[in-house]
Design a protein around this ligand. Structure first.
Ligand SMILES: [Zn+2]
Length: 285
């Protein structure tokens, strides 16, 4: 029996051997230690060509590793009118080359409010995001675009923001970062079983049962202050209640991928997998 979740890292595992190295090496190493997902960290820019993408896709298929892409940090759906054509190209390029590499999901940071109310910002960004999806579909690209929940209250990307994007635009589905969700308001909220159950319920009401079988989750420990996220932490150093989070995911009957972003990537990814198996009672045969 396979597990309800695939587990992996955002970026190649830290201990990936130097040969063959690169993304292909990262995929093979991830599979060799018991991980079955990898998010390609194209966060500083999309610097791959078609040949590299074909090699990545082949390696992932052979290793049974599911791929996603973390698009460049520079994307900002709420950027100035004059900057927008350049900003959107980061998302289009990540989606184009990600699809060539066999990735099914493109994760991106939606941007900033620039101090404006969320509802005003959504009016600006929804048509822009729709335009990106339209362009991808016109070129035959089926990837899912995943705006990520942000770790700071000043940044676009509350749970309701990303659900609004997903409800409005087919082909857009959130990336749920539980560390960011916890850090975002800076008061220690979103760290208990009932809070996670209500968040998952809110998600189900917005997007329906089918979406609950394809959650894309980012997870790590997190350090935060009154303004939200400061930096990611290893599991043991963080106040996040990982065990009760796994209990909530199990009670909600959800499936998908859990991608680790802690400083000790694969070490914590494997701990998340172990904890999930313990809490859910699922096993791999
Ligand atoms: Zn991210």
């Amino acid at each position: 029996m396979s597990l309800s979740f695939r587990f992996g890292t955002v970026g190649s595992p830290t201990a990936t051997p130097p040969k063959p190295g690169g993304t292909v090496g990262g995929i093979r190493y991830a599979a060799s230690i018991g991980l079955d997902a990898l998010e390609l960290a194209w966060v500083q820019g999309v610097r791959v060509g078609e040949t590299a993408c074909a090699a990545i896709q082949q390696a992932a298929t052979e290793a049974g590793v599911a791929l996603s892409v973390h698009a460049p940090y520079y994307i900002n759906l709420n950027g100035d009118e004059e900057k927008w054509p350049r900003l959107r190209q980061y998302l289009i390029d990540a989606a184009h080359f990600g699809n060539l590499a066999g990735a099914t999901d493109i994760i991106f940071h939606p941007g900033t409010y620039f101090g404006r109310p969320a509802d005003e910002v959504l009016k600006v960004i929804l048509p822009r995001l729709q335009g990106c999806v339209d362009e991808l579909r016109a070129s035959g690209n089926p990837v899912t675009l995943r705006p990520e929940i942000s770790g700071k209250a000043a940044m676009l990307g509350s749970l309701s923001d990303v659900l609004e994007m997903a409800k409005t635009i087919p082909g857009v589905v959130p990336c749920i970062d539980f560390a960011h969700l916890h850090a975002r308001l800076g008061d220690g909220a979103m760290n208990t079983y009932p809070e996670w159950m209500s968040a998952l319920d809110f998600y189900r009401q917005a997007l329906g049962d089918e979406a609950m079988r394809h959650l894309h989750i980012h997870l790590s420990g997190i350090n935060y202050g009154p303004k939200g996220e400061k930096n990611h932490l290893v599991m043991e150093e963080a106040d996040l209640d990982f065990r009760n989070l796994m209990r909530a995911l199990h009670s909600a009957g959800v499936k998908g991928r859990i991608m680790c972003e802690s400083p000790v990537l694969e070490v914590d990814a494997l701990k998340f997998k172990e904890l999930w198996m313990e809490v859910s009672g699922e096993s791999q045969v």
